[in-house]
Design a protein. Structure first.
Length: 348
């Protein structure tokens, strides 16, 4: 006799739990992932330090009471150090990309194997309730969405997060007063992501489900095309396809709208606060070198926020795909206990 069991754990109920569970797959590639994180840290420090060198560079140009030869030597030394930082950033960024590619390949392999092994133990009624196209959608659309995030999204999130911490620290060092405007900008960014992100995630989740339905329906109708023609069922088949295809169009449009609107909003916020901080710095008679360095950090701060917003759609899509995969992995399996029960059977 067979019974149902659920050994996979809890279902992914929210994006944070899904992301945490997804990070658990990095246990199969601890060494390359650790090296990739170290490369991200070095890259972020190099870029931040190169920007900070802008302040002493401008300060040297402002000095009037130093021998020109000495100023030129110091100026050249600062420029060489700045160039070295950017070269280091390029090298570490390349190494990080290769390491993350290795990690994503291993994780997706492990995820596919885990799904396939779990599906082999699923009860028959699971396959009766899902078409072949819906089942294949787990291995194609959902896993492909996760791949995009593992290869690009995670790396960009790490770079942006570490860089934001370093940028804020350097801005605090330059001017505490001007950092108050950055705090207001941070609150605006958080509220925008929180409001738009919830709607975007819900629609991406519906999009992945609709894609699976469309794939399953197309596969079923193509395989059974002879039966459809034999019973003159073409019109009904087309009407049903138009219905589910329209549903996919609606949820895909909504998901893309909420995801793509974040970028322009972030860019406009950065431009507004850039103008405000520039005006405030001039009115407060902030030193020219410090103000220029601070404005450079504002640009970097806005760039990091923009990078996060650009990855937002792929991250939401990946989390929606990962939730579907985890729900399938956590679904009850059929455990064979070795017993045979005869129901309403008689021996003649």
């Amino acid at each position: 006799m067979a019974r149902l069991s659920n050994p996979g754990g809890k279902r992914a109920a929210n994006p944070l739990k899904t992301l945490k569970r997804l990070f658990g797959y990095y246990s199969c590639c601890r060494v390359p992932f650790t090296l990739a994180v170290l490369c991200v840290v070095v890259y972020s420090i190099a870029v931040i330090w190169a920007s900070y060198l802008l302040e002493p560079t401008v300060a040297l140009l402002e000095k009037q009471d130093i021998v020109p030869e000495k100023v030129y030597a110091e100026y050249l030394a600062v420029l060489m150090l700045m160039a070295a930082m950017y070269v280091l950033a390029v090298i570490t960024n390349y190494i990080m990309a290769r390491l993350m590619l290795t990690c994503s390949a291993r994780i997706l392999y492990r995820m596919r194997v885990e799904m396939f092994e779990h599906m082999e133990r699923m009860p028959v009624r699971f396959y009766d309730a899902h078409t072949h196209g819906e089942l294949m959608s787990y291995y194609t659309n959902d896993v492909e969405a996760v791949r995009e995030m593992l290869h690009h999204g995670i790396a960009q999130m790490l770079i942006s997060s570490i860089s934001l911490v370093g940028i804020i620290a350097m801005m605090l060092k330059l001017s505490l007063v001007l950092c108050a405007f950055i705090a207001v900008m941070g609150v605006c960014v958080y509220l925008t992501l929180r409001i738009v992100g919830g709607k975007s995630r819900k629609n991406f989740r519906a999009q992945q489900k609709s894609v699976a339905q469309v794939n399953g329906y197309i596969e079923e109708m193509i395989v059974g095309q002879k039966v459809v023609k034999a019973f003159n069922h073409e019109e009904a088949t087309l009407e049903r396809f138009d219905e589910i295809n329209e549903e996919l169009r609606v949820v895909s449009t909504r998901a893309s709208f909420y995801a793509k609107i974040i970028g322009p909003v972030m860019n406009n916020l950065s431009h507004i606060f850039y103008a405000i901080i520039t005006t405030a710095g001039v009115l407060m008679l902030t030193a020219g070198s410090a103000l220029m360095a601070f404005l450079q950090y504002i640009r970097q701060f806005a760039d990091r926020i923009s990078q996060i917003s650009q990855q937002f759609s792929s991250i939401m899509l990946a989390l929606a795909g990962a939730e579907r995969v985890f729900e399938m992995i956590d679904s009850p399996v059929e455990v064979d206990e070795g017993d045979v029960t005869l129901v309403n059977a008689s021996i003649a």
